[in-house]
Design a protein around this ligand. Sequence first.
Ligand SMILES: *[C@@H]1O[C@H](CO)[C@@H](O)[C@H](O)[C@H]1NC(C)=O
Ligand SMILES: *[C@@H]1O[C@H](CO)[C@@H](O)[C@H](O)[C@H]1NC(C)=O
Length: 199
Amino acid sequence: MGTIFCIIFSLFYVASSKTINVATNGKVTLKSHVEGEIENIVWMHDGDKMVDWDNKAVNIREYLKFKGRIKLDVKSGDVTFIHLTKEDSGLYEAVVMIQGRIISIKHRVKVIDPVNKAKVSCPSNATLHCEAEGDSLDYSWSGPGLQTEEMRGQTGPQISKENQDSVYTCVVNNTVSDSSVTYHASDCFTSGDYFHFII
Ligand SMILES: *[C@@H]1O[C@H](CO)[C@@H](O)[C@H](O)[C@H]1NC(C)=O
Ligand SMILES: *[C@@H]1O[C@H](CO)[C@@H](O)[C@H](O)[C@H]1NC(C)=O
């Protein structure tokens, strides 16, 4: 007859299912969602330590590329960091010890360039064209007389004498930002490019 020792380690995982999108050079706060007094905590990015603390230590230690741009709230366990670059995309994990219990929290972060320099042009065939800088851009148009199929994509309406009094708007967006530009159809007639088209 033996004595069975039953040691139960409780390891809780709180994984956030959706990706947190952040603009390049922006800032993010990752929540730990823990309750109680934290004994120690470590935050990691793709397995590398970013910051850690335990209640016996005086200092919060920051690591590698996160030095100087990270702030750990030792009460809540939340971590905030700034000046995000694309290299900061990836999986973040906190391992927190509270009353002898280990809790792990995961977040996925994606850093993308916001919409920048959106502009509408009227190339030689008088079909409006919208262009911008940024990652994973969605383009859409609004204005009088547009068919549903003309309302999506970089290519806008074709300008003719009949619609030259119209004003069209191109909206460019991605998961972190959006931008819109309006264009007066009459400008298509005054731009140099269009000259060939009228003849
Ligand atoms: C006119 O320009 C648009 C935008 O660049 C293009 O999608 C379309 O194919 C062009 N049409 C002709 C007839 O060249
Ligand atoms: C852009 O905005 C539209 C309308 O609000 C939305 O349906 C779409 O998902 C957005 N695109 C991206 C990439 O977030």
